[in-house]
Design a protein around this ligand. Structure first.
Ligand code: ADQ
Length: 496
C-alpha cells in the first residue's frame, strides 16, 4: 500500500491513459457495468487520484452510442482500489470508431510499437494513421481539460497531470496550451512504458519532430532506464536542435527546462508474495520446469526461446525426461496479421519440437495459449526451477519481477533475463542471456538448471530484496517526487 503520508501529501492528480483503469461492458440488460482491473500500476496510482479528488481520463473499452450516458459506479463486491473512483471522477474519451481503429491499431500498434522496439522493418508509416493519432490525442487532451476545469482553484495545490505511454505522446501539447489560455495552472508529467529508441531508428518516423515537441510540453518526462533517457535527450538535440545537459538529463525547449528521469517501474511485491503463499500446487510433476510467461508478441522472443530449448535438449540429453518448458502465451492484438502469423509459427514449432523429443511419459514443451488466473500464475512462478525472460526488446518486463517475488521456496530457482529488457539493466544477479544467440542461450539455461544451491540462494536473495524495496509504490512515489509534487520530510523541515 502506498504509505498514507504519500497519498495525503500528493495533492490533486489527473491520470490520462489510453484505457481507463477498468473495462466498461454491457450486462445482459444492456446496462453499463465496470469490470475491475487488478494491474499493479492501477493499484498504485488509483489511491493518489482518489485521495486528491482527481480524475482518470481514458478510453472505456467500448464505443458509447450516446456520449452523455452516465458512467456506472463500481460493483459493491469490487475490492480493488479503483472501486473508490466515483463515476463523476472518470472521464470516458469517446472517439469515432474508425478514427480510433486507425489511431490504435494503425499508429500505436503497427507503427510506434515496432519502431520503439527497434524493429523498423515491422513498422508501417501511413499519413492517414498519423492524422488519426493527432485527432485522438486532441480528444484526450480536451477531455483532460474538462477535468482540469472542474478542480477547485487553489494556488497551493497546482494539479498534476500524468500522461501515460506511447498512445498519448502529443496530448500534453494541447493541455499546456489550454491551461495557459484559460489561466488554469497545472504540472505535466509523462511516462513511457516501452523503450525509447536511438536516434537513427527514431528519425525513421516521418513526423518525429512533432512527437518530441509533444513530450517536451511536459515538465518532466520519465522512462524506465537511463539508456532510454539518453536516447530521448539525443533525439531532442539532433532533431530539434535543443540545448541539452546530458549529465543532469535536462532539455531546453520553449524557454523551459524539461527534466528527463529514469524511473524503473516495480510490481506490487507483497501482493505476489501473498499469492505465492496461498496458491495451491498446480504443477504435479517431479520434472524441473523452465517457465516463460508473455503476451504473444514478436518483441518477446518466443520463437528464439523455443529454439534455444530445443538446442538444450540436443546438446544436453541428460535433461531429457527431467526438464520441461512451460510456456504461457497470452493472446494479444489478435486482429493484427503479424500476431496471427506469430501464433501459427509458435503452434508449428511447439508441434515440431514435441514431435521430435516426446516419450510415452514426457513432453518437452507444455504450451498454454490463454489467460490464467493470478493464483495459477503465482503457483507457476513459485514452483518453477528457471524463469526464462528473453525478450528481443522490452521496456522493463514485469514477469521477471513477479517471478522473483514468488520464489519463496528454499532453495529457490534461477532467473534468466535478456540484456535487451529494462529488467536486464536493473536485476544484476540474474543470469544474462542474449536471445539472438541460440547456442549460448541454451548454455545459459543449462547453467541455470545445474547451478549449486548456495549460489541460487544468494542471487535470489539479492534480487528479491531489491524488488521488495523498489516496488510499484516506490515507483509512484519517485514519479511524484520527480514532479515536485510530494511533500518530503525536508520540505516540512524547510517550512518549519
Ligand atoms: P507488457 O508488454 O504487457 O507491458 P510485461 O511487463 O511483461 O509486458 O507485463 C505483462 C503483465 O501481464 C504482467 O504483469 C503479467 O503478470 C501479466 N500476465 C502475463 N501473462 C498472463 C496470463 N496468462 N494471465 C494473466 N496475466 C498475465 C508494457 C511494457 C513492459 C513494461 C510494462 C510496464 O512492454 O516492458 O514492463 O508495460 O511498464
Amino acid at each position: 500500500k502506498l504509505s498514507e503520508d504519500v497519498v495525503a501529501s500528493s495533492g490533486s492528480m489527473i491520470v490520462i491513459s489510453n484505457r481507463l483503469p477498468f473495462v466498461l461492458q454491457r450486462n445482459k440488460d444492456g446496462q453499463l457495468v465496470r469490470k475491475a482491473s487488478a494491474g499493479g500500476l492501477v493499484t498504485a496510482v488509483a489511491p493518489v487520484v482518489i485521495n486528491g479528488n482527481g480524475f482518470w481520463v481514458g478510453w472505456p473499452g467500448l464505443h458509447l452510442e450516446n456520449p452523455d450516458e452516465p458512467m456506472p459506479e463500481s460493483d459493491p463486491d469490487d475490492i480493488t482500489p479503483t472501486a473508490g473512483l466515483k463515476s463523476n471522477k472518470v472521464i470516458p474519451v469517446q472517439i469515432d470508431p474508425k478514427v480510433f481503429d486507425s489511431y490504435y491499431n494503425g499508429c500505436c500498434n503497427a507503427t510506434f510499437w515496432p519502431l520503439f522496439h527497434s524493429m523498423p522493418d515491422r513498422a508501417s508509416f501511413k499519413g492517414e494513421h498519423w492524422k488519426n493519432y493527432v485527432t485522438a490525442n486532441k480528444e484526450f487532451a480536451e477531455c483532460t481539460l474538462k477535468a482540469l476545469r472542474q478542480l477547485p482553484k487553489n494556488a497551493a495545490d497546482v494539479p498534476l497531470i500524468w500522461v501515460h505511454d506511447y498512445h498519448l505522446m502529443l496530448a500534453a501539447n494541447w493541455i499546456r496550451q489550454f491551461s495557459e489560455d484559460e489561466n488554469i495552472p497545472c504540472k505535466l508529467g509523462f511516462f513511457l512504458h516501452i523503450p525509447f529508441p536511438p536516434w537513427d531508428i527514431f528519425r525513421l518516423f516521418p513526423w518525429s519532430d512533432e512527437i518530441l515537441q509533444g513530450m517536451l510540453a511536459c515538465d518532466m518526462v520519465g522512462f524506465h532506464i537511463t539508456d532510454y533517457c539518453l536516447n530521448f535527450v539525443d533525439c531532442c538535440q539532433r532533431n530539434l536542435g535543443c540545448r541539452v545537459d546530458r549529465k543532469n538529463l535536462l532539455v531546453e525547449h520553449g524557454g523551459r527546462s524539461v527534466r528527463v528521469r529514469p524511473l524503473p517501474i516495480g510490481i506490487p511485491f507483497e501482493r505476489f508474495v501473498e499469492l505465492a503463499e496461498k496458491a495451491p500446487k498446480v504443477i504435479s510433476t517431479n520434472q524441473k520446469i523452465v517457465l516463460g510467461v508473455d503476451r504473444l508478441d514478436y518483441t518477446k522472443g518466443l520463437v528464439h526461446r523455443l529454439l534455444a530449448f530445443e538446442k538444450l535438449l540436443e546438446k544436453h540429453p541428460e535433461h531429457l525426461e527431467k526438464v520441461s518448458l512451460l510456456q504461457v502465451a497470452v493472446p494479444s492484438r489478435t486482429d493484427v496479421k503479424e500476431y496471427q502469423e506469430l501464433k501459427e509459427e509458435m503452434d508449428q514449432l511447439v508441434g515440431r519440437i514435441n514431435g521430435r523429443f516426446t516419450t510415452p511419459n514426457w513432453s518437452p514443451i507444455r504450451y498454454i495459449y490463454g489467460c490464467i488466473s493470478q493464483d495459477e500464475l503465482a503457483a507457476f512462478y513459485r514452483d518453477s526451477a528457471v524463469g526464462l525472460v528473453t525478450p528481443l526488446r522490452d521496456g522493463m518486463n514485469l514477469v521477471a519481477k513477479e517471478f522473483v517475488a514468488c520464489q519463496i521456496n528454499i532453495p529457490p530457482g534461477v532467473l534468466i533475463v535478456s540484456p535487451f529488457a529494462g529488467a536486464g539493466e536493473t536485476m544484476h544477479e540474474a543470469l544474462i542471456c542474449n536471445p539472438y544467440e541460440i547456442d549460448d542461450a541454451s548454455e545459459v539455461i543449462h547453467r541455470a538448471l545445474t547451478m549449486p544451491e548456495d549460489e541460487r540462494i544468494l542471487r535470489m536473495n539479492y534480487l528479491r530484496r531489491r524488488e521488495k524495496l523498489n516496488d510499484v509504490n516506490y515507483w509512484t512515489k519517485s514519479f511524484l517526487s520527480a514532479m515536485g509534487s510530494l511533500q518530503t520530510q525536508e520540505d516540512y523541515d524547510d517550512i518549519g
